[in-house]
Design a protein around this ligand. Structure first.
Ligand code: CA
Length: 709
């Protein structure tokens, strides 16, 4: 049965149409062809990379075979673009009609010629000016853009969604998606589909937070619909039946602490089933004992929620971690694939959330097909296939005590993208191996999170490791639900993957190596030292006769704020190494300016300074509550997102006036350091005592705390 639509499609697929396309490509970099859902869904389009996961299915699979397992060793740098003012780079570039678009630090968007790297335009949303004087820290990176019609969409740290002109970068419209007074932020890529563009936000740890996603009209920026992820105060009435249903799974006065659920990453539009899937976040706060004191699943935390893309109406959900209490959000990417399971074709949805189980769902219904652990898991023994629910290990909820649990709050998989190769049938999954002790001793019923100071209502420390290595890249068979190959990695921060029909898997690593592996065996085939940690996934595209591979190089994301120890050992100290966009092709001959070697901060002692222990303790408290740690690192040890204050001349006594003008007056706001206008002289002084205390502690230790090589 072929409709007239189908015949129309066939009629433009002949030789004439191909000629027409080639003529258009010859006219590039500019073309007026609008990008449609059919364009984004079409896997055979290899000249572009139109969406975050390349196509609407988010597979990050390219059918290109020019670069393949037999010749990948011939890759060289074709061109590079230095980004001297950028810091952390985590984004996936897009390519359309010969132009490559990407978002850098502070949400600056750039367009470059995809063949030469020549900069065509820059759009700076002036994020620092927007946040000036407000307590917003730590989220200057963003994971990507969205392209639809004739517009490019970008979301900003401070909560704006912007539509840009593809050809000039000029702002077409801008809309605020949350009030600046809300303790929320955006690090995610918008998702455009069916003349709408969707964005969520993060902030479950930034204060009392109630998550939502909002769809806007791509032409006008007017709000089309909004879907809240957790119910609000019942006294205010529920927005829809889904919220009334969800409220039955909450207890106590959950709305006073927000509830959470913030959708900060995964949005997948299913063009075939005309359905939108969103991956939802953890609780605000994490500790369910405080959030929902008499228990409950707490819908729609840690779930895949399927929505009507036109109205935002609820269709189905699958909750991966009912009653979550470990920060096990389900924000990780959602990949669509057609699988043959026990002889039956299944429209599957693949998902590997933080909690360590790999889920295969039937995406037409939300029904669980299978779930098995893809990493060490101790919070649950297995997923009961009758109920679709995890069977928890007694004690895993750590209530009123302390419990070692795997995975930790970073999850067994985080935002770093997995890819799926339909030829090998395998998923390529960056995996984190981490255990922590969750400690529930200092929190009682009176605990309340404060906007921008936030909190989780649970403490945690990394006290042991489940394995001798912190990370791995693994190939996972989603049908057999088993690992096929894996590669050990010392760091648990391997970046997102790309896979191709050339039997290849590409992945950048936090130690600066970009590697290619054989997709079927995991054999390493190629390695390139970028001289700086990589936190972004690669893309590929073909223009003319050349297949290109592009990747942003610039250690970043939450790891660069040293939310867990280890980043300082890499040596990607703030301001030392040049951030870059690198593009490879066969026999590329571009010569890269050499990067300095890894750099390790040397704390300054300031011998004339007498540390007052009480003042230093107060300074530590202020450092934490003002969220200085979100960029400068826990314990004053920086991971690369911002200067290591122990080694900063700015924190010395002789620089007191300058220190005040940076911290209070926001003198360096353009570099991402917000001003804290309400900070008192006493707090500033106490923080200086804290910094000096930490500097001395480091120098009196063996040097291990500094990551000395
Ligand atoms: Ca979280």
């Amino acid at each position: 049965m072929c409709s007239s639509f189908c015949r129309h499609r066939l009629s433009v697929n002949g030789p004439l149409a191909i000629t027409f396309v080639l003529i258009l490509a010859g006219l590039s970099p500019w073309s007026s062809a609008d990008t449609t859902d059919a364009d984004i869904a079409r896997s055979s389009n290899t000249s572009d990379w139109l969406a975050y996961g390349r196509t609407h299915d988010e597979q990050r699979f390219s059918p290109l075979t020019d670069i393949n397992a037999t010749n990948v060793g011939q890759l060289g740098v074709a061109w590079h673009l230095d980004l001297p003012n950028d810091i952390g780079l985590v984004s996936t570039p897009l390519v359309a009609n010969g132009v490559l678009y990407f978002t850098g630090s502070m949400n600056v968007v750039r367009a470059v010629d995809a063949r030469s790297g020549k900069l065509l335009w820059t759009h700076d949303p002036k994020v620092a000016e927007e946040i000036a004087g407000r307590k917003k820290t730590g989220w200057m990176h963003n994971r990507g853009l969205s392209l639809y019609g004739n517009k490019l969409f970008s979301a900003t740290w401070d909560g704006r969604l912007q539509a840009l002109d593809l050809q000039t970068g000029k702002l077409i419209w801008s809309t605020r998606t949350f009030d600046l007074g809300e303790p929320l932020y955006i690090t995610g890529a918008p998702k455009a589909f069916k003349n709408k563009v969707l964005i969520g936000n993060g902030g479950t740890e930034n204060g009392p937070s109630r998550g939502y996603v909002t769809a806007y009209d791509t032409d006008t920026g007017k709000q089309a619909w909004r879907f809240y992820i957790v119910p609000g105060n019942p006294a205010d009435g529920f927005e829809n039946n889904a919220m009334a249903m969800a409220a039955k799974t909450w207890t106590g006065a959950w709305w006073k602490r927000g509830g959470g659920g913030n959708a900060w990453h995964a949005f997948t539009y299913d063009e075939e089933l005309d359905t939108l899937y969103i991956g939802t976040g953890n609780g605000s706060p994490w500790n369910r004992k405080l959030r929902s004191p008499d228990g409950g699943d707490n819908l729609f935390l840690c779930s895949i929620v399927a929505l009507d893309p036109d109205t935002g109406e609820y269709r189905w959900h699958y909750q991966t971690t009912p009653g979550e209490t470990w920060d096990y959000n389900s924000n990780m990417d959602i990949v669509l694939a057609d699988l043959d399971i026990k002889g039956k074709p299944v429209k599957a949805l693949l998902h590997a959330p933080k909690n360590g189980f790999f889920y295969v769902l039937d995406r037409s219904s939300g029904k669980l097909i299978s779930a098995e652990p893809f990493a060490d898991v101790t919070w649950a023994t297995h997923i009961d296939m009758k109920t679709g629910r995890p069977v928890e290990r007694p004690g895993a909820r750590y209530e009123d005590g302390s419990e070692n649990v795997t995975p930790g709050p970073y999850g067994a998989h985080n935002f770093h993208a997995m890819s799926f190769n339909p030829n090998t049938g395998l998923v390529y999954l960056p995996t984190i191996h981490m255990s922590v002790d969750y400690i529930d001793k200092s929190y009682d019923k009176t605990w309340q999170s404060v906007p921008f100071e936030g909190g989780t209502a649970v403490d945690y420390i990394e006290s042991s490791r489940p394995r001798s290595y912190a990370g791995s890249l693994q190939a996972w068979d989603p049908i057999a639900q088993r690992q096929v190959w894996f590669v050990e990695q010392q760091s648990g921060q391997g970046a997102g993957t790309l896979t191709t029909a050339g039997d290849l898997v590409f992945q950048g690593r936090s130690d600066g190596l970009l590697k290619a592996y054989h997709a079927r065996t995991g054999k390493e085939l190629w390695s390139f030292d970028a001289g700086l940690g990589i936190s972004a996934p690669p893309i590929t595209y073909k223009l003319g006769d050349t297949q290109y591979l592009s990747i942003l190089v610039g250690y970043g994301g939450g790891n660069a704020s040293r939310l867990t120890p280890g980043s300082e050992d890499l040596g990607w100290a703030y301001g030392v190494h040049t951030r870059r966009l690198l593009t490879f092709a066969f026999n590329g001959k571009d010569v890269l300016p050499k990067q300095p070697p890894p750099f390790y901060a040397t704390p300054i002692l300031e011998p004339g300074f007498t540390v007052d222990p009480a003042l230093a303790a107060g300074g530590e408290k202020a450092y934490l509550s003002l969220t200085c740690y979100a960029c400068h690192g826990i314990g004053g040890i920086a991971g690369g997102m911002a200067p290591d204050l122990r080694a900063s001349p700015m924190a010395l006594s002789e620089m007191e006036a300058a220190f005040t003008s940076v911290v209070r007056d926001g003198e360096r706001v353009a570099r991402g350091m917000p001003g804290f206008p309400a900070i008192t002289d006493a707090q500033l002084n106490a923080i200086r005592h804290y910094i000096r205390r930490e500097a001395r502690a480091a120098s009196s230790s063996t040097g291990a705390a500094l990551g000395t090589p």
